[in-house]
Design a protein around this ligand. Structure first.
Ligand code: ATP
Length: 568
């Protein structure tokens, strides 16, 4: 078994460098050292994950639980720990200081413990797992005991990364891209093959272990599996969609529904549903599970579609309503909406033991139609998105108008010969929808309201993402456009994400929640570290279906800013 010390040392070395190449090398060295059985764990750990997102397992360790465990392990009061965090602004640095202090008082053991940590990667995982699975009466105790064990068995440096890992934020900026390149480097396999294996397995831990075990051959034999979600194929806005349709000669035009993306895995009677972020959302959508059981005739299948909330008369309702059902991960009590949900299917990736992603769209389409069984009366609950194959631009425009009139978002324009490319955003799927200036931004700070809203968080500092440095850069504050109910909901969510640090009334918030923000204009501004600010920013909705790293980038903000200048 590999010692957790190796992992902590790698994290520390990465924290000291700002070079991506060096970071990749350090991760590659770690992957080479780790035993193959522990490789999936170490691979997820280094990306700040304890469980792969698709597994549906939630770690669910909050800051207060960590403080209690640290306090029990060190003898320091929770109050002192909290004030230390206010100074350091970071749980990891705090844990390091606390345990160093404790070891100083245990001089006889300290040097021994520093050098002889026995904690293995597997043991850390096992303790986290036991803590996360504890439920019901006495569960708090189990969680604390397991975390306390980790802190008493670790060196101060290990404790630094254990505590950050417990909040699933190592702050070392290692994401999927770095790990993909590190796997290629460590096991001498081409990065494209690693990438492809990742897209079909959606799990770099599995990919790393396969690469170590059997190189290219093992990677190529990795395939799609039921109940392990595949990365979703995505679409892009085209600057000249007519030209793209002409290039394709004929395009497949489908309505673009405004709901929530679902990837459906059916295996006999068992049905699992995954969100756009590939989180397991089966429990939030029991009606979809029923629809799939009733109408999908395949023994096993993986399907792609959009769940839409509909009115009595079948008209789509606001996107917001359906997403409320996904909010469980923030521990907000699920609202029973009682609104009918309709499943619109538009793709199939796997059918009765066979992978279909390498077939052209039109053939996948036939396979999809062959396994959906529904009568006209059933069309309220399930349908296969209507598809028109045409090169006639006027007809495309007509279908687009009809889609908007029927209350949908626009149309999708797809290349009929294209394969299903997991995780890719490219020219094979284009979207045509009315232009609207909104940005998806991440909450990184918050302020309490005043007056009637004194006990609610009333204003949010929002940031864009810089994929080059993996940092979030502030672009402004938003406090308008929210109803009291939305404020309450966000207060509940953000209270669990406060980081301790506070400056000028603004509390630091862990970057987890993405908001869609409308604005009048982007301006240059010295007040925010992005160098930009938004004029009249207004809250539109919470984007539960996006990860913080999928927020709009600093590069996109720069582009929108230059486009604005051209319009003047
Ligand atoms: P947007 O905010 O425009 O939805 P996005 O980044 O969330 O952007 P895109 O990949 O750009 O997602 O747009 C495609 C999304 O449109 C899909 O994720 C899916 O949820 C939705 N959609 C609705 N109808 C279709 C369809 N017929 N084919 C593919 N995607 C569809």
């Amino acid at each position: 078994m590999t010692s957790f010390r190796e992992f902590a040392e790698t994290c520390q070395a990465i924290e000291k460098t700002s070079s991506t190449i060096e970071t990749t090398n350090k991760v590659a060295d770690l992957l080479k050292k780790v035993d193959v059985e522990e490789l999936p764990l170490a691979t997820h750990f280094i990306m700040s994950e304890v469980f792969p997102a698709w597994s549906g397992q939630q770690l669910g360790i909050g800051t207060s639980l960590l403080y209690v465990s640290l306090s029990k392990a060190s003898g320091m009061s929770i109050h002192s720990i909290e004030s230390l965090i206010r100074t350091t602004g970071d749980i990891g640095d705090t844990a390091l200081l606390i345990l160093k202090e404790k070891r100083k008082n245990q001089v006889t053991f300290s040097s021994f413990l520093e050098e002889q940590s026995e904690l293995s990667i597997t043991e850390v995982y096992r303790r986290f797992k036991t803590a996360s699975e504890a439920s019901g009466k006495g569960s708090q105790d189990v969680k604390v005991k397991n975390l306390q064990f980790l802190f008493t068995s670790s060196t101060p440096r290990e404790a630094k990364y254990i505590s950050r890992l417990a909040l699933e934020e190592l702050r070392i900026g290692v994401g999927e891209g770095v790990v993909r390149d590190a796997i290629a480097k460590a096991f001498l396999v081409p990065a494209e093959i690693v990438e492809h294996s990742f897209m079909v397995t959606n799990d770099l831990g599995i990919v790393a272990a396969a690469a170590k075990k059997g190189g290219i051959e093992a990677l190529e034999s990795l395939g799609i599996e039921i109940n392990r979600p595949i990365k979703m194929m995505l679409s892009q806005i085209s600057p000249d969609i007519d030209a793209d349709i002409r290039d394709m000669k004929e395009a497949a035009i489908e309505w673009k529904f405004d709901g929530a993306r679902v990837q459906i895995h059916k295996n006999g009677d068992s049905v699992s549903l995954f969100s756009r972020k590939l989180e397991n959302v089966t429990n939030s959508l029991p009606d979809i599970v029923e629809i799939v059981r009733k109408h999908i005739k395949a023994e096993s299948a993986i399907l792609d579609g959009e769940a839409v909330a509909v009115d009595e008369d079948g008209k789509p309702r606001a996107f917001q309503e359906i997403l409320k059902r996904f909010r469980r991960k923030y521990d907000v009590k699920e609202k029973v909406l009682g609104i009918p949900i309709q499943l619109n299917l538009f793709d199939i990736m796997y059918l009765n033991g066979k992978t279909l992603i390498d077939l052209p769209l039109l053939e996948r389409r036939k396979a999809l139609e062959s396994c959906v069984e529904s009568s006209v009366e059933d069309s309220k609950s399930i349908c296969v998105d209507k598809q028109v194959i045409t090169g006639d631009l006027e007809l495309v425009e007509k279908i687009y108008r009809e889609a908007l009139k029927a209350g949908h978002e626009g149309v999708m324009v797809k290349n009929p010969t294209s394969v299903y490319s997991p995780g890719k955003r490219g020219k094979n799927w284009l979207k045509k929808k009315p232009l609207m200036d909104t940005l998806d931004l991440v909450i990184v700070g918050a302020e309490w309201g005043f007056g009637r809203r004194a006990n609610l968080i009333g204003s949010y500092t929002v940031a864009c993402y810089d994929p080059e440095t993996s940092r979030f850069l502030q672009v402004g504050k938003v406090g308008t456009g929210l109803t009291d109910e939305q404020l309450k909901e966000l207060t509940e969510i953000l209270s669990g994400l406060m980081e301790g640090g506070e400056a000028g009334g603004v509390f630091a918030i862990r970057p987890k929640v993405v908001l869609e923000i409308a604005f009048e204009e982007i301006q240059k501004s010295p007040n925010y570290d992005s160098g930009f600010s938004l004029r009249f920013p207004r809250f539109i909705r919470i984007r539960d279906d996006k990860d913080p790293e999928e927020a709009d980038t600093i590069q996109r903000i720069g582009r929108v800013y230059s486009q604005q200048l051209k319009r003047l």
